[in-house]
Write a protein that binds this ligand. Structure first.
Ligand SMILES: [Zn+2]
Length: 301
């Protein structure tokens, strides 16, 4: 039988590969949730103002707290099962954990780059969910108060019963390629000599292919023919889904949108290889970012 995916090689994607089973069927069962919270092997990931508490050791790990370490009134969401062991996340102060267990409160982006083996995705899941709860205390329909529901995967309005669900905002991130060259750009505010693939939010009523073509034209004046999907990753700052693609450019001429980009340039595979290994004239995004995967896939395929 012919392999339908033959010829596709996707390098590792950061912030993916969570070891947890999200166990969606348990979220709708309040009795099951009470039982899971009471299990002796239940543990909580504490986020202090959206910053996860990690262990002090090297390599870094998530500091999984006991139920007794988490305040009763903390917003708590179900992350899933690690084997049979329930895992939750809670928004609470991390000061006591730091004092009692020698933990440390780490910026979520730094934590995601420190953690391997899919644990960065656990941080992503927890951060996106808890941030959403913090910003959706009131109903977008009637302004009434909402309460957490479905173990953290919904909020219900107490006044009009409308249900609200956590958002995921799609962002296309794309490498325009033509012949032996690919297009990278710099946003104002990027670190010095740092270049990445171009990116932008998908708009309502738009396909991913159309968003790729529109963003490349808006930001760099580049027109494209074919668009090919590569891979995706969650980007929990606050709740994006990055969708990486290649786009076949029809020409090399760049017309910059100065508000979006400070500079854009066509680069060769040799330049990208050097950038990915930190030996070039410019820097590429780190392995945690899917732009890294996209650039790597281009030079490897
Ligand atoms: Zn309402």
């Amino acid at each position: 039988m012919t392999d339908p995916f033959a010829g596709w090689s996707v390098p590792p994607v950061g912030i993916t590969g969570s070891p947890l089973d999200r166990a969606d069927h348990l979220r709708r069962d309040p009795g099951a949730m009470v039982a899971l919270r009471s299990r002796p092997d239940a543990r909580w990931l504490v986020l202090d103002e959206l910053k996860p508490v990690l262990t002090q050791g090297d390599p870094a790990n998530i500091l999984w707290a006991y139920r007794s370490d988490v305040p009763h009134d903390a917003v708590s969401v179900f992350l899933g099962l690690d084997g049979e062991a329930p895992r939750f996340a809670a928004a609470a102060s991390g000061a006591d954990l730091v004092a009692d267990f020698g933990g440390r409160i780490v910026d979520a982006r730094a934590a995601a780059s420190l953690l391997g083996d899919g644990r960065a995705e656990i941080i992503a899941q927890a951060r996106s969910l808890l941030d959403w709860h913090a910003r959706h205390k009131f109903c977008a329909v009637c302004g009434g108060q909402t309460v957490l529901n479905k173990a953290g995967y919904a909020r219900t309005c107490q006044a009009c019963s409308a249900e609200h669900f956590p958002r995921t905002d799609p962002v296309v991130i794309m490498l325009a390629v033509k012949g032996d060259h690919a297009l990278v750009g710099r946003q104002p505010g990027f670190p010095k000599r740092f270049y990445s693939a171009l990116a932008g939010f998908v708009e309502p009523g738009e396909s991913l292919e159309e968003a790729v073509a529109r963003e490349l034209h808006e930001e760099a004046g580049i027109r494209v023919n074919r668009v090919r999907y590569l891979a995706s990753q969650p980007w929990p700052f606050p709740s994006s889904l990055m969708i990486a693609a290649f786009a076949e450019a029809t020409g090399f001429e760049i017309t910059l949108d100065d508000d979006e980009l400070e500079e854009a340039r066509w680069v060769t595979k040799d330049e990208v290889r050097a950038a990915l290994t930190g030996t070039g004239e410019w820097f590429a995004p780190p392995p945690m970012a899917i732009a890294h995967t996209l650039l790597k896939a281009w030079v490897e395929n």
